[in-house]
Ligand binder design. Structure first.
Ligand SMILES: [Zn+2]
Length: 306
């Protein structure tokens, strides 16, 4: 077991402790070009809530007097490590495992967290995707369609479905007493969205992010990138809006993708992590998503019966 980059993690926590109104911790210097999973870490976010990490992947741990709530297993190796850490540090049984969405790179490995009385929870559309693809996921014991609240040891975790955004059955997780919101993949703070926006529904992601911003929370813990606050999520929303609007303007002006990549001005977001590396890929992703559906479907000359 090892702890990733302790200096940076302490800095992240230090910024958090400084309270609301501060800039979200920037991820600009983080080497997160490609997903990696072999470095495990556990950091405290609030009294009862911890973030665990396998490289650039993160989940959340809620420790109560009546047991522990875990979110995504992340991988068999990460979940095996996490189970040992929970036993060693907290001496509490795992009671719930809450899946954030269908993607296997977050959902695999739950078998290592399983045991008597452990309840696995997922949105029904995530379960359906796993059944159809015969994914080797520890299947949920409990599914829901719209909203579900888990109560444990005087704490509440609210799971909400916001429609299609990224993956199947993606939900937000609101840890009520902790004032923390946890979202995986469809919101990132301090960093650009991933590369060419694989798996994204762009309009759906914008809608879901607006809905998330309507929820009460002061701390945001992402499944990737940094820990942030409400302002960090607002800024992510503004980035999506600017990306969407400018790419759409280019399409409507009849410009091709390389021209749009030259013309788009996202420089007010240049301090975000991976800006230089992923700016053009984000534009290409937004262009593809708009051309594949959200833009094309709205053109009168396109037959809708396809
Ligand atoms: Zn992910």
């Amino acid at each position: 077991m090892s702890h990733a980059r302790p200096t940076r993690l302490l800095l992240t926590l230090g910024l958090l402790v400084a309270g609301p109104g501060i800039a979200p911790p920037a991820a600009a210097s983080e080497p997160m070009e490609e997903p990696e999973k072999d470095v495990f870490a556990l950091i405290r976010v609030t009294d009862a809530l911890w973030r665990y990490s396998a490289g650039t992947y993160h989940g959340v741990l809620l420790v109560t007097d009546e047991g522990v709530v875990v979110t995504d297993p992340l991988s068999a190796e990460a979940a095996t490590w996490l189970r040992k850490e929970i036993r060693r540090r907290f001496r509490q049984p795992i009671r719930y495992v809450l899946y954030s969405h269908s993607h296997p790179d977050h959902a695999y490995g739950g078998q290592a967290l399983d045991g008597p009385g452990v309840v696995f929870v997922a949105h029904a559309l995530a379960e359906r995707a796993w059944v159809r693809t015969r994914a080797q996921v520890r299947m949920p014991d409990l599914t829901f369609a719209d909203r579900l609240t888990v109560h444990l040891g005087g704490h509440d975790v609210e799971l909400r479905y916001h429609g299609p955004d990224n993956g199947r059955g993606s939900v937000s997780m609101r840890f009520v007493q902790e004032d923390v919101l946890h979202v995986v993949d469809w919101i990132v703070v301090g960093r650009l969205p991933y590369r060419t926006l694989p798996g994204y529904d762009l309009h759906g992601t914008m809608d879901a992010t607006e809905q998330a911003l309507a929820l009460p929370f002061s701390v945001f813990v992402g499944g990737h990138a940094g820990i942030g606050d409400r302002d960090g999520v607002r800024r992510y929303m503004r980035y999506l809006q600017a990306l969407h609007d400018q790419v759409l303007n280019g399409i409507l002006a009849g410009h091709d993708l390389p021209t749009i990549q030259r013309e788009v001005d996202l420089s007010e977001f240049a301090d975000l992590g991976m800006y230089d590396a992923w700016r053009d890929e984000n534009i290409a992703g937004a262009w593809r998503l708009l051309m594949d559906g959200d833009y094309l479907d709205m053109r009168p000359e396109v037959p809708q019966e396809r």
